[in-house]
Design a protein around this ligand. Structure first.
Ligand code: SF4
Ligand code: SF4
Length: 234
């Protein structure tokens, strides 16, 4: 059997998938690979019309499974909804969500076994949600942030990063990354500290680390407010 991976039909399918995603989801923070594919396949983000107006707060969450809105034929339906900010640790911007399910797998059997988030709804109205769509603070979430670590589109993001992006001060060209070992317990998780202007702005864990495989607990990922900034001459 010959499997063709670069025929005209395959390229057409890839382009269509990318255009459907681009027309309905905010892909502006998706990685460099997506930008490269968009260019390679000449993706037209508005092939299905300009985006429909954004949903009001909670509107998408209230839609009943299986009762998809009839499209108006003039605009492209999209998944836009207001950013969910329940606390000071991380935000959920489901207008950037491509429903890859990586966060639910990280929260579930891949890493955390907490099962705080899952898919709610059906078809185009499907969203990632907590149980009964409760705020994160009232859900089973333990704030490990492992869902953030796997999200490919920036839909899940530390609040520190979100605030800086909103203020226009997030600048990866000014950031350094320092690898260190978490000192909160004896497991020895590796941490990558992203530092900008002498402040920790985000913490990740290397995906190839034998112990963590990119996962952390709340202390390693968010417990850095006590870290003293470096002093001149340190
Ligand atoms: S922070 Fe951890 S527990 Fe909370 S939703 Fe994300 S993966 Fe699940
Ligand atoms: S990992 Fe990100 S893009 Fe994927 S389903 Fe979760 S929120 Fe959506």
């Amino acid at each position: 059997m010959v499997v063709r991976t670069d025929s005209d039909r395959v390229r057409h399918s890839r382009r269509m998938v990318l255009e459907l995603l681009a027309s309905s989801v905010d892909m502006s923070l998706a990685g460099a690979d997506v930008q490269r594919w968009n260019k390679e396949y000449e993706v037209d983000a508005q092939r299905y019309g300009p985006p429909a107006p954004p949903s009001a707060a909670g509107e998408r969450d209230r839609r009943r499974p299986g009762h998809h809105e009839v499209p108006d034929g003039l605009t492209a339906a999209n998944v836009t909804q207001p950013v969910k900010i329940d606390d000071e640790l991380y935000i959920r911007d489901y207008s950037k969500c491509i429903l890859c399910y990586k966060c639910t797998q990280a929260c579930g059997e891949d890493a955390q076994n907490t099962f705080a988030i899952s898919v709610a709804g059906r078809g185009f109205d499907a969203t990632i949600a907590t149980e009964y769509d409760a705020p994160l603070t009232d859900s089973a979430c333990v704030y490990c942030g492992n869902c953030i670590g796997v999200c490919p589109t920036g839909a899940l993001m530390p609040k520190s990063e979100y605030d800086m992006r909103q203020a226009g001060t997030w600048d990866e060209s000014k950031q350094t990354t320092t690898r260190t070992v978490c000192g909160f317990c004896g497991v020895g998780c590796n941490l990558d500290l992203h530092v900008q202007d002498n402040k920790i702005v985000r913490v990740d864990s290397p995906k190839d680390h034998d112990v963590t495989h990119g996962n952390l607990c709340i202390k390693g990922r968010f417990g850095y407010s006590h870290v003293h900034p470096a002093r001149p001459g340190d």
